[in-house]
Write a protein that binds this ligand. Structure first.
Ligand code: MIC
Ligand code: SF4
Length: 757
């Protein structure tokens, strides 16, 4: 079945003329990114050469995807907009709430029972508003989107930072918070800072042990976790066209780890093959008919420096397999340098567990290449040293790899197959012994490796690698094993070498599945009721946040000055907290509990300015709230890196934090703060971060003339009676200032809905 074919045909029917008009308006050949962006301008937005990195532009995305952990908040918000049905095709995917403990079926059954209330809510609200619903067990959002909905030249948004995965099929797919999704589902435009363009030329061809994952691991090392902020990364060159579509998906997926708005590749044969293999020959034919519009203009790729803001070149012939980590995805080490790096940093070299799968790397190709290594265990008389787990990305992939005997081979090396879900990647891993907090090393093919992420243990060092390399390292049980050069000793005492991985891009016998797990919405949802119990611990209806009081903010308390990396996992941890994603008050009890307090180097221990005592961050903030005192959070670089979860913005809003003042923000988090009516500010002079003291009382001056492009003033009143006046920048445009004044974007939509009624 092809979903929404009419929509795709409509997009394609108007694309050639829109691209031609854009080429004329900009007076130059176009990148693929520009073709897609300019053909998705919101109706009425004038065609002009928007300044990259400066102008906010309104777009009309073709579709929306949400996963269960973020959909709850997105749909609770949508439910207050007064709309009858979603304005664009939208889907919900149940993938984040399944705990990986024993094996797929058992774990899935338990999750279905444990999360019944939430799944019922999501299923009924989807039914009511015309949203396609993918049941628990169907697979991970991004894999299911790639298999069913992504199409070359399309534009989509999704409430998950790895929505960008669909760039593998030539889309502009962007991760957003639930409030942004809510706008688009409500039929409003979607605003984005016109992204800068980074071009990456891939020359040569992948071979031997290197895989698409190594391309992005290398790029992450080059650009770092914030190098892609407010930019689209467009890949091109023979190295791009010669790799598989799902491999391109892996590269785009992890573009989230460099902060990129999204990443994409031009339409080519590999995408056509993938569309056909996944039952979408009609989409491939429609794309073929306008294929020159679904890739960058030849002049651009011939002379990229002229058209992109930054250009890099990677020779795939020379590229080595990489291992990135621990604790950050941009610490890139080529496998040949791992012996040295591990010794220098004193990383434990024994690999305890190898984990493959996740939305990043669970394609048929990935698994077939990994299984080619698992086969060698028996063939060469080896024994697998580490534990090994697989989380397939979709039921379609799982069913097909079972049919083709791959799961049987994995089981022979002692592997556990978890449910088709996020599982260990999002901390839903009930790992035996993790509570002992022992220092240990794991390797996985996921995308994120922040502290505590997979198993909650701060002393687990997680390294990210391709599924092939993860499998080889699990067999060897050694982080420093370089399969290109090193040998292993088998059960007979012989030295053996692993052959390089080999596999099939697509299943020779085609994909197969019995029940993919899809539930279509009711044709008329008006009679469907959505039940949220008032005493529920997991779901809570939203109340409107208060509007701005109309004055400068005075006498705010410093809640925390966060030191170093402060990702959304530090601000609103996942794992055990995922169960409260639909209940704002309950989940607020995790607010900033992972952030490190600059003044005592501890997590979840801040000074309560009312009592002078140290206590947990959420309790301290609740005390300020009870005393009707506003507060302010100070942060370092790339604050809010990682997830799209708007809970990281809604929790502080709900508990009464007014301002977040940092050296720099990650894109999605900054937007989420603005959407919820918070003040997201940056130090004009980064060194001023040092001026903030523990007992400061803080004023924000200039709000009565809050204007785009004009700085605000912050006065830090120190306890010793002195004060510092510093400048804070902001990136609010007029519409975002209106959100701030109204107390949040939702209040604006709501008042428009009331006005319309
Ligand atoms: C993640 O990979 O961190 C998540 C969990 O998928 C998040 C979404 C969430 O927090 O629900 C993301 O990447 O946006
Ligand atoms: Fe799920 Fe992990 Fe992918 Fe996020 S990165 S969607 S948690 S598999």
């Amino acid at each position: 079945m092809v979903f929404d074919l009419d929509l795709i045909k409509q997009v394609y029917a108007s694309m050639p003329s829109k691209v031609a008009a854009a080429r004329q308006a900009l007076g130059k050949p176009l990148t693929l990114s520009e073709k897609i962006l300019y053909s998705h301008l919101w109706k009425g937005v004038p065609l002009s050469d928007y300044a990259r990195g400066k102008d906010y532009v309104d777009f009309a995305p073709d579709r929306v995807a949400m996963q269960d952990a973020t959909a709850q908040m997105a749909l609770l918000q949508f439910d207050t907009t007064g709309r009858k049905k979603v304005a664009v095709p939208s889907t919900v995917h149940c993938d984040h709430l399944i705990v990986a403990k024993q094996e797929g079926k058992t774990d899935l059954n338990k999750a279905v029972a444990d999360n019944e209330e939430v799944y019922n809510f999501l299923s009924s609200i989807s039914n009511k508003y015309g949203i396609g619903f993918w049941k628990p067990g169907a697979g991970i959002i991004h894999q299911v989107v790639l298999e069913n909905y992504a199409f070359p030249g399309g534009m989509m948004i999704g409430t998950d930072s790895h929505t960008v995965n669909a760039g593998g099929l030539g889309m502009i797919a962007i991760g957003v918070g639930g409030a942004d999704a809510c706008d688009v589902m409500a039929g409003l435009s979607w605003e984005l800072l016109m992204p800068k363009l980074i071009g990456i030329k891939l020359t040569g061809k992948l071979n031997g042990w290197t895989s698409p994952k190594d391309v992005i691991l290398k790029v992450a090392g080059l650009l770092t976790v914030k190098g892609g902020t407010n930019a689209i990364v467009e890949y091109f060159g023979e190295g791009a066209t010669s790799m598989s579509c799902t491999g391109k998906g892996t590269i785009c997926n992890m573009g989230a780890e460099i902060g990129a708005t999204t990443s994409t590749f031009g339409y080519d044969e590999s995408m056509s093959r993938y569309l056909k293999a996944t039952g979408r020959a009609e989409v491939a034919a429609a794309a073929d008919a306008i294929k020159e519009h679904l890739t960058g203009d030849p002049e651009v790729y011939a002379n990229p420096k002229k058209y992109f803001d930054e250009v890099y070149e990677i020779d795939l012939n020379e590229l080595e397999p990489h291992l990135n980590g621990p604790f950050t995805p941009d610490l890139a080490t080529p496998i040949s340098k791992m012996k040295e790096a591990a010794a220098k940093n004193n990383w434990p070299t024994k690999v305890e567990v190898g984990l493959i799968g996740s939305c990043t790397n669970s394609s048929y190709e990935d698994i077939s290449r990994a299984v080619s290594l698992a086969r060698q265990v028996a063939q060469k008389g080896l024994k697998t040293k580490a534990e090994f787990t697989i989380t397939p990305g979709s039921e379609q992939v799982r069913y097909t790899i079972e049919r083709d005997g791959f799961l049987e081979t994995f089981s022979q090396i002692g592997a556990t197959v978890f449910a088709n879900a996020c599982g260990p990647c999002i901390g839903m891993w009930d790992r035996m012994g993790a509570e002992k907090q022992e220092r240990n090393t794991i390797v996985h093919s996921f995308n994120r490796n922040f502290a505590k992420r997979a198993d909650g243990n701060p002393n687990t060092l997680a390294f990210v690698a391709s599924p092939e390399l993860v499998t080889a390292l699990a067999i060897a049980g050694d982080l420093t094993f370089n399969p290109l050069t090193d040998t292993l000793t088998n059960e007979k005492g012989e030295s053996v070498k692993l052959d390089p991985p080999a596999g099939d891009e697509l299943p020779q016998k085609g994909f197969a599945v019995e029940d993919a797990g899809y539930q279509a919405p009711a044709a008329d949802g008006s009679k469907v009721t959505v039940d949220v119990k008032s005493d529920s611990k997991r779901l809570q209806l939203l109340y409107p946040f208060a509007a701005w009081e109309g004055t400068d903010l005075k006498d705010l308390r410093l809640l925390i000055k966060a030191k170093g990396k402060c990702t959304t996992d530090h601000i609103s941890m996942a794992g055990p907290w995922l169960k409260f994603r639909g209940h704002l008050d309950n989940i607020s009890n995790n607010m900033l509990i992972g952030a490190i307090n600059y003044f005592n180097d501890k997590a979840d221990s801040v000074k309560n300015q009312l009592t002078g005592e140290y206590g947990p961050v959420p309790a301290t903030q609740r005390a300020y709230k009870a005393a009707a005192m506003g507060s302010l959070v100070v942060g370092d670089e790339n604050y809010g890196e990682g997830s799209s979860r708007e809970h990281a913005a809604m929790e502080p809003r709900h508990l009464g934090v007014r301002v977040v003042l940092v050296k720099s923000f990650a894109r999605i988090h900054e937007t989420n703060l603005k959407k919820q009516g918070m003040l997201a500010l940056t130090f004009a002079n980064k060194a001023d971060y040092e001026l903030v003291q523990e007992d400061d009382r803080i004023d924000v001056i200039g709000l009565t003339s809050f204007t785009p492009g004009k700085s605000l003033q912050i006065v830090l009143h120190h306890q010793d009676g002195t004060s510092d006046r510093i400048e804070a920048h902001h990136s609010y445009n007029q519409q975002q200032i209106d959100w701030f004044k109204a107390g949040g974007a939702l209040n604006v939509i709501r008042s428009q809905a009331l006005g319309m009624a």
